[in-house]
Design a protein around this ligand. Structure first.
Ligand code: PLP
Length: 522
């Protein structure tokens, strides 16, 4: 493959006067023809599997060779050659999430209409912080937030904002919760810092997403502020344990938030939201629901009931770049009371002076920690308008069905052990080798061998698997973490036959790795 340095110079004129700009009428037409040229290259170099074959070192070296020396070239190669080179690198060395054997992460294949809309949003390059940086983007975001608060049944005053990811939505939610909890204690954290807030505590299940801990560190509460609450056998927070933890807090402690998870990353399980929101409300504590993964079940008639209780949350994280089939990042923080955004309001002379704001020339600066902020709602609105709730819901149901099929297939296979069945769209399991003592290493090697061959992209996690015959050990507590394999099924175009061949690939890799391991030790 030729590198950019070797691409012959195109006749394209790169002088300033001739530069083609995306926002113009001619520029929009150019985008289509440039894309058409690049798509041809992508199709020609599409990798056969979900990942390129080879070791990470080989793949990354080949991709950098193709790109050429890491230096800004003195002379540009022209638009189409540049785009074609990148199209080639991306399709030859990238990930193909639309491949039926791409089943590792909460990273879906994307909807074409959303990608097209995202191109339009990029072309316009509107920003959301001020009215004059792009009214359309503001209108689309308000439209999307309205649709989402309605879906969550949050009430007419509810509000929200898009963020660059679920981790940052959790950070923002806890930021608002922190400042609200401090204000209730008469502490102005924004001005005086967190030192003035006595013993901040954030309660979440022991398998809550790590971004909750990170958020506590970033917010100055410290990771020690996190109080892990015990889970039941189905990986859900135990309300009795939460109530006990809250009741045990002393007068020198400040409960900042209770974080419930709606769709745990590994299992898709939902904490009992009605009980949790009620207990938190009894203690006057902010409830944040991390529905990064699970929110999309609200599209589905079959599964929406699992999120009953979410309407009582003070804030909600949701990722439409997971269940939602949108390009990242399309994450949202919803709040039931817009007053919560008071923690972020700010008057800046060059952006939102009071008289401009009074006259209606206002943007969304006061809802975000970002200033310049791209119009990520456009791609989401495109997907919502094009597919509707029922269309998206059918996609959710399809992925749920696929996970259930995978579970059945795994249960029927003696060489596989089901660890957690299909609650939502994930299934966790283990390969059983000849010697159970080596199963952790075997499962890890098995997965790496699939990644290296490029034929299947499956997930890995660690779950405390109780020893057989020791049913007294709770699923989540006590037992040591064991290396498990995971299917995360978010491709609605996948068939049950595809799942069967994926399971067969896992079995074949397991046999191969087990055989190699025994040869090593022999
Ligand atoms: C994925 C996930 C997050 C983090 O979201 P990002 O968009 O990857 O930052 C947070 N919480 C849960 C439960 C998740 O599954």
């Amino acid at each position: 493959m030729t590198s950019l340095a070797e691409v012959p110079l195109a006749p394209a004129d790169t002088t300033p006067a001739a530069v083609r700009l995306a926002g113009t009428r001619a520029g929009l037409a150019d985008i289509s023809s440039l894309l058409a040229g690049a798509v041809g290259t992508s199709l020609a170099h599409h990798a056969p599997g979900p990942l390129p074959a080879g070791t990470p070192a080989e793949v990354l070296a080949a991709a950098s060779r193709a790109l050429g020396p890491a230096a800004l070239p003195e002379r540009g190669a022209g638009e189409l050659p540049a785009l074609q080179l990148l199209a080639r690198v991306m399709s030859e060395y990238g990930v193909n999430l639309a491949h039926p054997h791409a089943a590792a992460h909460l990273q879906p294949p994307t909807l074409t209409v959303a990608v097209a809309a995202d191109v339009l949003a990029s072309a316009g390059n509107g920003s959301l912080d001020t009215y004059d940086s792009g009214p359309a983007g503001i209108a689309v975001e308000r439209w999307l937030i309205g649709a989402l608060t309605r879906l969550a049944r949050l009430g007419p005053d509810a509000d929200g904002v898009l963020t660059p990811g679920g981790s940052l939505s959790n950070l923002l939610g806890l930021h608002l919760a922190r400042d609200a909890a401090a204000l209730r204690r008469g502490v102005d954290v924004r001005r005086h810092g967190v030192a003035a807030l006595p013993g901040p505590r954030v309660l979440c299940s022991e398998i809550a997403h790590f971004s909750v801990h990170r958020a506590c560190a970033a917010l100055g509460l410290g990771e020690d502020a996190v109080i892990p609450v015990a889970t039941d056998r189905r990986h859900r927070m135990r309300p009795d344990a939460l109530a006990a933890r809250l009741a045990a807090l002393g007068p020198d402690e400040t409960p900042v938030a209770v974080v419930a998870t709606a769709g745990t990353t590994d299992f898709g399980t939902v904490d009992p939201l009605p009980a949790i929101t009620e207990i938190a409300a009894d203690h006057g504590v902010w409830t944040h629901v991390d529905a990064a993964y699970g929110f999309g079940t609200l599209f589905s008639d079959r599964l929406a009931g699992r999120l009953d209780g979410i309407e009582a949350a003070d804030s909600i994280t949701l990722d439409l770049h997971k269940i939602g089939w949108l390009p990242a990042a399309t994450s949202v923080l919803l709040v039931s009371d817009p007053a919560g955004f008071g923690a972020l309001d700010r008057q800046v002379a060059y952006l939102n002076p009071a008289d401009d704001a009074d006259a209606g020339f206002d943007g969304l600066l006061g809802r975000s920690l970002q200033t310049t902020r791209r119009a990520d709602a456009v791609k989401a609105a495109a997907a919502f308008l094009a597919h509707g709730r029922s269309g998206l819901g059918a996609m959710v149901d399809r992925c749920h069905d696929l996970a259930r099929h995978a579970q059945t297939r795994i249960e029927s296979e003696p060489a596989l052990e089901l660890v957690a069945g299909a609650d939502l769209t994930t299934v966790v399991f283990r390969y059983r080798g000849a010697d159970p003592a080596h199963d952790d290493r075997l499962n890890a090697e098995l997965r790496r061998s699939l990644l290296e061959s490029g034929t299947a992209l499956i997930g890995r996690t660690e779950v405390p698997v109780p020893a057989v015959g020791n049913a007294a050990v709770s699923a989540a507590g006590g037992a040591p973490g064991r290396v498990c394999l995971k299917f995360t099924l978010l491709n609605p175009a996948t068939t049950t036959d595809d799942i069967d061949t994926l399971v067969a690939a896992v079995l074949a890799a397991g046999r191969r790795c087990d055989h190699l391991a025994r040869e090593r030790t022999a």
